[in-house]
Write a protein that binds this ligand. Structure first.
Ligand SMILES: Cc1cc2nc3c(=O)[nH]c(=O)nc-3n(C[C@H](O)[C@H](O)[C@H](O)COP(=O)(O)OP(=O)(O)OC[C@H]3O[C@@H](n4cnc5c(N)ncnc54)[C@H](O)[C@@H]3O)c2cc1C
Length: 366
């Protein structure tokens, strides 16, 4: 077992971790990135193959590294994974891949202890958690009562039409992933029902040059909805736990593709999903597109979390645990925070705070 001592450790080598790494490197900080995946970008490789980002090139790029696509194009998920690998190489950040942080604790001397899946450990003065906002599936409680003969999977587990059983498909949740998967199920010949509240849609077609330019206006508005403004706080309260507007897909696309849109799923009766209308849907596959959460259960420092179990922070900085910060949390500073459009600004704030003279070290109650 090896023990390494570092000034700063970043947990997560996704876009949030790489933004943070670039800034720490520019300030000459001694740091290392730890990531559970085998390759930088694997979060994107694990998502459904047909995924195309809804973020225009200029908002998706990390400073200093060009995305090799046309100005009005949108990267594919796989293409973006390769791009992040290029960014990591350009930053030249020291990195341990295929290594999960199994437990993060606070030591009596105010530093942090990271227990790694390899058996090694790291002692760090500061830790930035950039572990992603979409790693734990949210399922309605009645999902457990589905007939086991129905193939059920969460959108995080869906890769492509080969995951669908022969027969009808019910997609539950009508936001961006749900509509993508419903359109793909219909295109591959399945009778498809899409259940859920319509979250609204961006009026323009983002895949046209004019729509692409208009999406920048929309992004600027989202970035302006910050938690230090009254409008931002109202927006956060109204949208927490809900999918954002449809960005690429439109209701007209669903109609054209023959996807039947239904109300919400109210529960499960006799093993079958039941819509609010009382209709039972006899589906061979149910795809739950019901959202996801960060997976932070390996953080064993009680003062990090508030009474609801959410990270207690101010713009990502955990005041009760000096030296600990987050990048990429939902609504960390704005609705854009867990997306490519918001995380660079959040990383810059977090790094600026970590570079300030250290406040009194965290002293856990033993
Ligand atoms: C289907 C889908 C589509 C999306 N499309 C877009 C889009 O078009 N545009 C956009 O801006 N955003 C999109 N998002 C949001 C998107 O997730 C973020 O933009 C971006 O990928 C988040 O980057 P991240 O670095 O915060 O997280 P991730 O890319 O998830 O990276 C987190 C990393 O942390 C590592 N990790 C986690 N826990 C540990 C641990 N304990 N030990 C070691 N390593 C750990 C993981 O292995 C992972 O590599 C989408 C999300 C989903 C689910």
């Amino acid at each position: 077992m090896d023990t390494t001592t570092r000034d700063t450790v970043i947990i997560g080598a996704g876009a949030a971790g790489l933004h943070t790494a670039r800034l720490l490197a520019a300030h000459g900080v001694d740091f290392e990135i730890i990531d559970a995946h085998d390759r930088v970008g694997d979060t994107w490789r694990e998502r459904y193959r047909s995924l195309r980002l809804f973020t225009p090139r200029r908002w998706a790029e990390l400073p200093g590294t060009r995305l090799g696509i046309g100005y009005f194009e949108f990267p594919t998920g796989i293409g973006f994974a390769e791009y992040l690998e290029t960014c990591a190489a350009a930053i030249g950040a020291p990195m341990r891949l295929s290594t999960r942080v199994e437990r993060l604790t606070a030591r009596p001397d105010g530093r942090f202890h990271l227990q790694l899946s390899t058996g090694d450990e790291i002692i760090a003065t500061q830790v930035v958690v950039a572990a992603g906002a979409h790693h734990r599936a949210i399922l309605p409680p009645f999902a457990a009562h589905l007939n086991p003969a129905i193939r059920a999977l969460h959108s995080l587990e869906y890769h492509g039409p080969e995951d669908l059983a022969p027969g009808a498909v019910l997609v539950v949740g009508a936001a961006n992933s749900g509509t993508d998967i419903a359109l793909e199920a219909a295109a591959s010949g399945h009778e498809t029902v899409l259940a859920g509240r319509h979250p609204g849609q961006v009026p323009a077609r983002i895949d046209t040059p004019i729509g692409n330019l208009m999406s920048s206006i929309f992004i600027r508005r989202l970035r302006a909805l910050t938690l230090d403004t009254e409008r931002g706080r109202r927006f956060a309260a109204a949208h927490r736990g809900h999918g954002v507007n449809l960005v690429r897909n439109h209701l007209a696309d669903l109609r054209r593709a023959g996807v039947r849109q239904a109300g919400r799923v109210a529960g499960v009766e006799d093993g079958l999903p039941v819509l609010e209308s009382g209709e039972k849907v006899d589906a061979a596959t149910v795809v739950w597109c019901t959202g996801s959460l960060p997976d932070l259960q390996w953080i064993d420092i009680p003062d990090v979390f508030d009474e609801r179990g959410a990270v207690a922070h101010e713009r990502g900085v955990v005041a009760r645990v000096p030296g600990l910060a987050f990048v990429g949390l939902p609504f960390q500073y704005s609705v854009a925070s867990p997306t490519l459009m918001g995380m660079e600004r959040d990383a810059a704030y977090v790094v600026s705070r970590l570079l300030q003279p250290a406040p009194a070290a965290y002293a856990p109650v033993e």
